[in-house]
Design a protein around this ligand. Structure first.
Ligand SMILES: Nc1ncnc2c1ncn2[C@@H]1O[C@H](COP(=O)(O)OP(=O)(O)OP(=O)(O)O)[C@@H](O)[C@H]1O
Ligand SMILES: [Mg+2]
Length: 253
């Protein structure tokens, strides 16, 4: 049985895609078979893992519109054990085109039950609580919420938690918050430490012990089409994502 995890936060630029790519790479490095689903029309996960624009058909959009799985959409990446269903800007149209269909919350779920042979499926959600994020949460067993360690970190988190609760009650009783991940942490910055303290007091156990430091190598890696862990395995950001994978695997027992 595979484990499907949404990486979600409707706030933009908090580290969803970075977490998806580097957690996926860390899990595949310990011999897990991993699939990334790029559910964001921006296609950042696809670009960041080195999938060219010409190699994105069929993409997630075609699967969603046909409401069917097609193994041709699963692209191999430069990372052994790691594949991706890529996205491009056409995915933005899915939301509008699928307004009047039956059970519209279950489109992605119906597709991913046919994606067998993976230990983990990580879904990179867009910065919105619309059709794509809702479909991702309905398809998932859990959600990881990256939070950027800055003043407005908690802004919007209550509406995300409310959405998770509504989806749990209405569509997917097995959905759980896998964990909250503090990203772009700067230990020398007092505000960053205060935000961390605040988040831990507020959310307790579900906040990962592992935090992701602000690290320039992490932000450089996508422009080379590589996960940070391939770009520079020894940088502080890579080490942190490897630690996160370990924490997640250990948590599962
Ligand atoms: N730990 C980090 N250290 C330095 N830069 C980072 C770190 N994590 C992410 N970044 C950079 O911050 C920016 C936003 O990160 P990312 O794209 O992962 O966020 P996102 O939540 O997926 O954004 P969006 O909401 O647009 O999808 C990117 O330029 C990324 O390279
Ligand atoms: Mg993103």
């Amino acid at each position: 049985m595979n484990k499907i995890i949404s990486i979600a936060n409707q706030k933009g630029g908090v580290g969803k895609t970075t977490t998806t790519i580097n957690l996926a790479t860390s899990l595949s490095a310990v011999n897990k078979k991993v699939l990334i689903v790029d559910a964001d029309p921006q296609g950042n996960a696809s670009t960041g893992i080195g999938i060219t624009y010409d190699d994105r058909t069929p993409s997630l959009y075609e699967l969603i519109v046909k409401r069917d799985f097609d193994k041709k959409a699963i692209k191999k990446t430069i990372v052994p054990n790691l594949s991706i269903i890529p996205a491009n800007t056409s995915l933005a149209a899915a939301e509008v085109e699928l307004t009047n269909i039956n059970k519209r919350e279950f489109v992605l779920s119906d597709i991913l039950v046919q994606a067998l042979n993976f230990d983990y499926i990580l879904i990179d959600c867009p910065p919105a609580l619309g059709f794509l994020t809702i479909n991702s949460l309905v398809a998932s067993s859990s959600v990881i919420v990256p939070l950027q360690s800055e003043f407005f970190a908690l802004e919007g988190i209550s509406s995300l938690m409310k959405t998770v609760q509504l989806i749990k009650e209405g569509f997917n009783p097995k959905l759980n918050v896998e964990g909250i991940l503090l990203t772009m942490v700067d230990k020398r910055n007092t505000l960053s430490s205060l935000v961390e303290k605040d988040v831990r007091e507020h959310f307790g156990e579900i906040v990962y012990k592992t935090t992701i430091p602000r690290n320039v190598k992490i932000s450089e890696a996508p422009s080379h089409g590589k996960p940070a862990i391939i770009y520079d395995v020894n940088c502080s950001g890579s080490m942190a994502y490897i630690g996160l994978a370990r924490e997640i695997i250990n948590k599962q027992g």
